[in-house]
Design a protein. Structure first.
Length: 531
């Protein structure tokens, strides 16, 4: 008879009928769940003997697989918070002399349940179902189980002989009773509050642990730590550089949105030097008024603090993207190979937050996307802006598109199916927040209202720190105290300090005394003569 835990019967029902009082059970399984044991507890408690053989690689059955508290399908059982109680009861059952537990290092690709009744009858179930809640059919599962029920004693006992061969294989099977009991006690005993706190942190941020490993992210063989620019950085700036490099390697882009005055330019220079040491070609795009801030570090100039690092990146203006020829500094725009840059650094990237259509050709945004990012070699994009979001939450959309090359589902694997939908929803929620009463329109209410995937998008692609953040999490003895802004002082001064000009009060009084008749002649015409 076929058992698939769906339309052709469940394993738990077949075992419930077979495990009668006084029978003996032999179970071969690859996984064990306390919730499966709880479902069979009454039947197992009335047996004359029970043997449980755990078949997992290396014989360490109690530490492999989903665990004694089950896999994803058993979440509803775990949410009932009955796991510790069931684990304690199962531990007491295991301590009975009639219960034996062994594990085997033999690779057994299937499971087996055998019940021998006192009257000589025998029943067996052999197939894919492990001793877990989904394996027994206690909870719906996406897996397709395939098991066969053997009701005739001859077939059932032939399977028992197979079980006996594994049970008695001295070189492969070993006692695992104490080990399993220890695991159950670990579940049933109360946990220390500190351990619960640490476990919560691990589940929340465990996937981000690698982001804290500087040695893993930064290839030290490049020599980046020996450069002048790296040594010039404060601790918080180095952390920003490491985080940005990690995002550039993982997601092909990053937005550094630190507050004004925290050294975004120096952080970008360190990132540029890191990629130059890897023989990557770098382009810096800056507003024309800030061009000299970047070209300074590429020339032989006394003001160049990092002359020894010999920076060799190209610098172009934002407006050069709309030019079709001519020169920008030493770069010939007619012959420049736009698609050959491995890293593009965009200073004041918020200038690219809009992409208005033009009838007479590509915008600077479209030129950057088409000729640099989407053409030639794969290009990483580093953006610098203290205000990546100006008036709309959607300001990020076009900047993020540089990182994803315009692919809306580029972050699907990290939990963001559609970048556009995420930003649109955030804008809608922000608009709703703006319509709240002034008392309710607080920062906390905005944070509570915005969708989670918007914050996830920010965490993935941006680094944004303020002076308060630096003061709270870093040693200010290295950085020095940030300047405190003095409160404004209202000064009521005269129009001039020398007293050469009459007071405005007197000027106003004299002006009000003037009739200005030359500008209003109709006031002197008799009413009946007014045309």
């Amino acid at each position: 008879m076929l058992l698939d835990n769906k339309s052709h019967g469940r394993v738990v029902d077949a075992l419930g009928d077979a495990l009668t009082a006084g029978a003996s059970a032999s179970i071969l399984t690859s996984d064990v769940s306390v919730f499966a044991w709880e479902a069979m507890r009454k039947a197992l408690s009335d047996l004359s003997s029970s043997r449980l053989l755990l078949s997992l690689p290396f014989g360490d059955a109690t530490t492999k697989g989903p665990g004694l508290l089950g896999g994803p399908e058993e979440r509803r059982f775990r949410n009932s918070l009955s796991g510790p109680r069931i684990a304690r009861l199962m531990s007491e059952w295991l301590q009975r002399p009639t219960v034996e537990i062994r594990s085997t290092s033999a690779m057994v690709p299937h499971c087996l349940y055998h019940a021998a009744k006192p009257d000589g009858q025998a029943v067996a179930v052999q197939g894919s179902s492990a001793f877990t809640a989904p394996g027994l059919g206690l909870t719906p599962s996406d897996r397709f189980e395939l098991n066969t029920l053997f009701s005739d004693p001859a077939s059932a006992n032939s399977l028992l002989l197979f079980f006996e061969s594994l049970w008695t294989s001295g070189g492969l099977a070993r006692d695992a009773k104490e080990q399993l009991i220890a695991q159950l006690r670990a579940i049933s005993e109360p946990s220390e509050p500190q351990a619960i706190f640490f476990q919560t942190l691990f589940h929340l941020f465990g996937q981000n642990i690698e982001e804290l490993d500087e040695d893993r992210i930064v290839r030290t063989r490049t020599g980046i730590r020996d450069t002048l620019v790296w040594r010039k950085l404060y601790r918080f700036q180095r952390d920003g550089v490491v985080g940005a490099i990690d995002k550039l390697e993982r997601y092909n882009g990053c937005i550094i949105a630190d507050s004004v005055g925290l050294g975004k330019t120096f952080e970008a220079l360190a990132i540029i030097k890191y990629y130059e040491l890897r023989n990557d070609r770098v382009l810096v795009l800056a507003p024309k008024r800030l061009r000299d801030n970047w070209t300074l570090y590429t020339v032989n100039d006394k003001r160049n603090l990092f002359a020894g690092d010999r920076f060799n990146y190209d610098v172009l203006n934002h407006t050069d993207l709309t030019r079709r020829g001519g020169k920008s500094g030493e770069i010939n725009l007619d012959t420049v190979n736009w698609g050959n840059y491995d890293l593009v650094v965009i200073d004041e990237s918020h200038n690219f937050r809009n992409n208005p259509p033009r009838r007479d050709g590509l915008t600077r945004y479209g030129r950057l996307m088409r000729d640099i990012i989407q053409s030639g070699v794969r290009t990483k994009v580093l953006m610098l802006s203290a205000t990546p979001v100006n008036s709309r939450m959607n300001d990020l959309k076009n900047q993020v598109a540089f990182i994803t090359e315009g692919v809306d589902d580029a972050l699907f694997d990290v939990g963001i199916p559609s970048i556009e939908n995420t930003l649109r929803k955030a804008q809608t929620l922000f608009n709703q927040w703006l319509r709240l009463d002034a008392d309710d329109r607080t920062t906390r209410s905005l944070l509570d209202a915005l969708n989670f995937d918007y914050f996830q998008l920010l965490d993935l692609l941006t680094i944004a720190r303020s002076r308060k953040h630096i003061a709270k999490y870093y040693d200010l003895q290295e950085v020095g105290q940030f300047p405190h802004r003095a409160p404004p002082v209202n000064v009521k001064a005269d129009i001039d300090t020398a007293g050469l000009f009459p007071p405005l009060r007197d000027v106003n009084r004299d002006i009000r005394r003037l009739n200005l008749s030359a500008y209003a002649p109709l006031r002197y015409v008799l009413p009946h003569k007014v045309p």
